[in-house]
Structures are given as structure tokens and as C-alpha cells.
Design a protein. Structure first.
Length: 368
């Protein structure tokens, strides 16, 4: 058992000995609920506007009161089956899940390492935790090794696919580093989960001790989950303030996420997305568009100047394309960019039209 597992086990035992251990129970739907906060009785109204016995829109309360349903449990089980983790717990967003994770696991006595470009929710959570956290250079194994030797961290945190650059973390190597230092590898898999990665391995229980997945990206719906060992989930259920004091994810949202999860098994969607990525990058190269290196659906086009990137985004909108204009502090100063994201629903004609428009806007020689 590594130091972080020892810490969690000891704290759980302490809570149990004081009669303060919180545990989830499936809410029995035959009971008349006097525990939840469904003040106007609207949680039972389904998407069609009829109050009946179908999946409710609202969960009514926090997971530890009456807001943990069979729909939630089924989704958690499916996520565990997909990733190989022992247990899971659901949140309403990836941001809240990351903050909950950092503030629950770590305190001022703990040392943590994180990639320089991890999501703001991780940075905010680590700051709130009071932990001694250091950031290694982005995807730089040598930098991570140096800090690991100096810090003896409880955990190292990274993303699988980085949301603004579209590049992938060296998860296998980072896991080996963590094993060497008896630390957990925590992976924010928000932009990697459900997306075909080619030669890049899917994040799973063999690579991540804790894995965050979100449902608002590849699954196209709402919510998030933390996955890990049963010990980890038991600890989060018992101590995580975000989980204890927030109304749980809508049961209808859980059903939607489960349906979407099953659809990611359909190879045609992944194949079409992979084809669209290949087509876009090929056309961009032919047109000499200044793309950053990425083999994922996130295709950043480096612009540099903040005003210019806003101008380009507006011109693209006038041409019928919605493209994100990303500026500091979301990205480093001087690296403002257009963040182009590809989907399996894009057609070849749409991709061709976008790259041609980008070429015309960026290269003056092509405007004639």
C-alpha cells in the first residue's frame, strides 16, 4: 500500500470509529420521499412533460440523502467495465469533479506534481487544498523525474489529451515514474475518453490510479465521473464536500450518458472521426496553414496576436464557420490561436470549405 492509500485507509477507519462514515445507499423508489429537496414535485416530470414512472429529470437531493438511483449505479458500472477501474462516482461537471478530487485528497502536509498545462479546475483545486504542488514542464519526462526525486510526491497529475494544444501525455512513461516513486498517477481524461487515438493507448486502470472522464465531450451530454479503486471511491463518498452537499446528477442525464457510452462502441463513428482528422490535417498541410502538432480532434491554428485571432474568428463567422478564438490566460502569452475541433458529423465538403477559407484569410496571396 502506497502512502496515499495508507492515508485514505487511516482516515476512513477514524471516521468509522467515530460513527461518522458516510456510505451510499440506493434510494428505494417505492418509499415516499420526505428526505429530498424536490419542493415543487418537478423531479418526476420526464422529458415529455408527463409526470409518470419513467426516468425522472431531477434527482431530488445529494447522493447520500436520496439522490443515488439505479440509473446512477448502472452508469458507474458501465464506466468501470469500460476502463477496468473498481468503482466510480458521478458529478455534474468535470470542473466540480476535479476541484472535489484535489480538495478531498490533499492538504497542507502533501506534495503533488502537475503538468504545467493541466486544466484550471485542477490548479484551483490544488490551491484550495493548501498542498505543496509543483508544476513540471509540459509533457517533459526529464522535468517530471527531477521534481519527483526532490519532492517525493503523493501523486502526479496530467491530462490525457490537452484541451488547448491537442497533444497527448506520455501516460505509460508517467505511470512508470509514479510506480518508481510509489505515487498515484491521476489523469484528467476529459478530452480523451471515447475518442479514437490510433497508436495512443486509451487511458484505463492500468495507466491511471484515478481517472476523470466527462460526458460533455465525446459522449455529447452532461456530467462527469471519477474512477479508481474501491478504497478511493469509499473515501470520496465519506469525505468529499462537493459530493455530500450537492444535488446529484439527473437520473435522466445518467441514462443519456449510458446510451452515449454504448454508442462509442460503434466503430463507424470512431472511423469517421479519424478520417476527418486525417483529411483536415492533410488539407491544412497542402495549404501551409500554421497548425500546431496534434493527431486528435483538437486542431489549434497558431495566430499569436490577440486582436488578430478575434478578427479571424469574426471573419470565419461571417463565412459560416464558428471557431473558438483562444487567448491568454487560457494559453500562454503570444500563443493566441484558433481552436478548431473536429467531429464525426463534419462532412468532407465542410472540412474542405473551412480549410480553403482559412487559407484565404491567413495567406494574402490566396485572397485574389
Amino acid at each position: 500500500m502506497n502512502p496515499l492509500e495508507s492515508k485514505l485507509s487511516a482516515e476512513l477507519e477514524a471516521l468509522k470509529s467515530r460513527g461518522l462514515l458516510r456510505q451510499r445507499r440506493i434510494h428505494c423508489e417505492t418509499l415516499i420521499d420526505f428526505a429530498g429537496n424536490d419542493y415543487l414535485g418537478l423531479a418526476a416530470v420526464n422529458a415529455g412533460g408527463q409526470s409518470d414512472n419513467k426516468t425522472p429529470v431531477g434527482s431530488g437531493a445529494s447522493p447520500l440523502v436520496s439522490g443515488y438511483s439505479t440509473q446512477h449505479q448502472e452508469l458507474e458500472r458501465a464506466l468501470c467495465q469500460r476502463t477496468g477501474h473498481e468503482a466510480a462516482l458521478l458529478f455534474c461537471s468535470g470542473f466540480s469533479a476535479n476541484q472535489a478530487l484535489m480538495t478531498s485528497l490533499f492538504n497542507a502536509q502533501d506534495r503533488v506534481l502537475a503538468d504545467k498545462l493541466v486544466h484550471a479546475s485542477i490548479i484551483d483545486g490544488l490551491r484550495q487544498s493548501g498542498s505543496d504542488f509543483r508544476r513540471f514542464r509540459h509533457n517533459d519526462l526529464a522535468s517530471a523525474r527531477t521534481l519527483a526525486v526532490k519532492q517525493s510526491p503523493l501523486a502526479l497529475i496530467t491530462e490525457s489529451v490537452f484541451s488547448m494544444d491537442g497533444d497527448c501525455a506520455p501516460l505509460t512513461e508517467l505511470k512508470a515514474l509514479c510506480d518508481q516513486h510509489n505515487a498515484w498517477l491521476i489523469v484528467d481524461d476529459a478530452h480523451g475518453f471515447g475518442v479514437p487515438k490510433g497508436a495512443q493507448a486509451d487511458c484505463n486502470s492500468k495507466l491511471a490510479d484515478v481517472q476523470l472522464v466527462t460526458f460533455g465531450k465525446a459522449l455529447g451530454c452532461q456530467g462527469a465521473a471519477l474512477l479508481g479503486s474501491q478504497l478511493f471511491v469509499d473515501y470520496m463518498v465519506a469525505t468529499c464536500r462537493h459530493y455530500i452537499y450537492s444535488t446529484s446528477l439527473s437520473p435522466q442525464a445518467a441514462v443519456t450518458a449510458l446510451t452515449a457510452l454504448k454508442k462509442t462502441d460503434e466503430p463507424q463513428l470512431g472511423n469517421k472521426l479519424a478520417d476527418n482528422i486525417a483529411s483536415f490535417t492533410r488539407l491544412a498541410a497542402e495549404l501551409s496553414l500554421p497548425l500546431m502538432a496534434s493527431s486528435t480532434p483538437i486542431q489549434p491554428l497558431l495566430v499569436g496576436d490577440n486582436h488578430r485571432v478575434l478578427e479571424l474568428a469574426e471573419l470565419l463567422k461571417q463565412s459560416g464557420f464558428l471557431v473558438g478564438a483562444i487567448r491568454p490566460p487560457t494559453v500562454p502569452a503570444g500563443s493566441a490561436r484558433l481552436r478548431i475541433t473536429l467531429s464525426a458529423h463534419h462532412t468532407d465538403e465542410q472540412i474542405s470549405a473551412l480549410t480553403a477559407t482559412l487559407s484565404r484569410l491567413i495567406n494574402p496571396l490566396n485572397r485574389a
